[in-house]
Write a protein that binds this ligand. Sequence first.
Ligand code: NAD
Ligand code: MG
Length: 383
Amino acid sequence: MMKNLLLLGASGSIGTQTVEVLRHLKDTEYAYTLSGFSVYRSIDFAERLISEFLPEFAAVVDPEAAKELENRLPPDVKTKVLSGREGLFYLCRNAECDLCVNGIVGIAGLEPTAELLSRGIDVALANKETIVSAGEQVMRLAREKHCRILPLDSEHSAIFQCLQGGNKAVRRIILTASGGPFFGMNWENLRTIKKEDALKHPSWKMGPKITVDSATLMNKGLEIIEAVRLFGLSEDRIDVLVHRESIIHSMIEYEDFSTIAQLGVPDMRVPIQYGLTYPNRTESPAKPLDLAALSRLSFYSPDPVTFKALTLARQAVRTGGTAPTVLNAANEVAVEKFLRDEIGFLEIADSVEDVLNRTEIISQPSLEDILLTDRKIREKKML
Ligand code: NAD
Ligand code: MG
């Protein structure tokens, strides 16, 4: 029997690369049937996906776009179009699936993840904002329901792969970072950064939000929190190392100082495919690694003073409770404003710091507390 896959955020960078992996795995023992997918409003893409994979459900969050897709589908197509956020929830509650790939961007991915875990379904998670905001709650849910969260973020997939021999005697995790497009710059240089500069990433082609996060290093800050939650290590045992070539995707140092790394060309289809074939492996659509052609790999320490998002994220996870939720929500709002040219580059981290300082933190929050906190930060327009 072929396994069923549910793909959330199908039209994004993670989503489209997941579709490429699905095509690549077709006719192998690891093939999946696409039972359903979601997009926000990319209905041209949705139309193509429906005609290729004939899924049972297609959820379109924007109701107008959902209506338009419904009108476009020929009468003989059986795919049910679901509309709005309710449609997305219906999809998560009802689509037949053995695995869900969550490639939604931002906190919008949290409730879908929780719905799937509640059904006991494994989630291959790219949507890091979920694990940052509500890491303890979703990890608990996964434990209670005996299902897995498989990390798709390249660094966390790397760590997960390095831990396959067991996770005893881990001394520290070394998260690698490309350093983003502004590596080596100081505040003076960063003051005049434009959106177009921040949207040029040196090694990865990704959606706009994570690309800006990579430029501020908030992405690495979020990934420190993600690693704390996924692997249960305290923040002070998670180091960040700038590695410009993005060949080593992260490392584990064991108690005896033996260090295990996962290497490969920077291609998200490798961690995505590993999530789909786990615990097995098969040939991937990526290129093999040619270390002789690269000849050298470089490493530097990050600069957590200029890129203070790193420091803020460490503080937030040490504080715990809703502090990471507040950090994440404030960052999402600030990045949206930066992308609309309403604030400058340095103001992103400044405003996150300001919101963190002004918000009361709830310790031991429930999932409801987290959703409410997130909504309050957005509604208060604190930035
Ligand atoms: P993207 O912007 O390219 O795609 C986002 C997807 O989410 C789209 O399909 C969009 O339709 C959907 N979406 C947007 N807003 C939504 C909402 N409110 N409700 C429901 N769906 C919505 O983003 P991406 O680069 O693919 O990143 C997706 C997630 O994966 C992010 O959390 C990101 O941090 C993480 N991630 C991405 C990469 C990468 O290489 N792109 C690597 C690691 C982690
Ligand atoms: Mg990453």
